[in-house]
Design a protein around this ligand. Sequence first.
Ligand SMILES: [Zn+2]
Length: 216
Amino acid sequence: MPRTISGKMEVSMSNKLLHNGFCPVCGQPILQVTKMKDGTICRECATKVRVLFPVHYEERTGTGNGSFLADPLKDVPVSDYEAVLKKARMYRESLREKYNGYNAVYIVDNVETVQGRGMFASPVLNVYGHVLYGTFFIDDTVMLLHGDNTINIRIRLGRAIDRATPEPITAEDIKDEERSFLFAWQAEGTAPEGYPFQFVFTNKDLPVEAGDLIVK
Ligand SMILES: [Zn+2]
């Protein structure tokens, strides 16, 4: 079963089934579409090869400035999927070997703490870094590897970031705009530089610093 965010997914399931048809790779009904060059596949199949095709920000060329979210799977024909899947498995295995068999690894580049308003408000810890491989979800319990310490923490929020302009998330953002960050959960990255991603934790006095790993 795909990971459901809420009951909403099940309610709209029959509608989506009518619109999206069946995945040419796994044969299952497509609930969430991922576009490839000459067709669409389901998000579960896309996730299996994401490690080689990370969604990432690209600078807009021509008029205007800023950046947009690009998906390199759009350039891959559906008929290449099986070959690409083989490559992705081999690549993931080599990364697991390198990183002690963890299913997902994130490396911390820098940390920014935003103080909450009011005496009892807990600080919001913004962590900027790269997903080297694997998938992180909001509400995942992950391990922070800090020096010799391993600390279990829960991911409060996460989102893809444009490295040029990382913005901290505040306690107000968490309350007001939680929904707007949902899109980035499935992001996967590729070594060596990885996929730029921001995590938010609300643990007090969490000893996290550049070079630490967040794993699961
Ligand atoms: Zn599929």
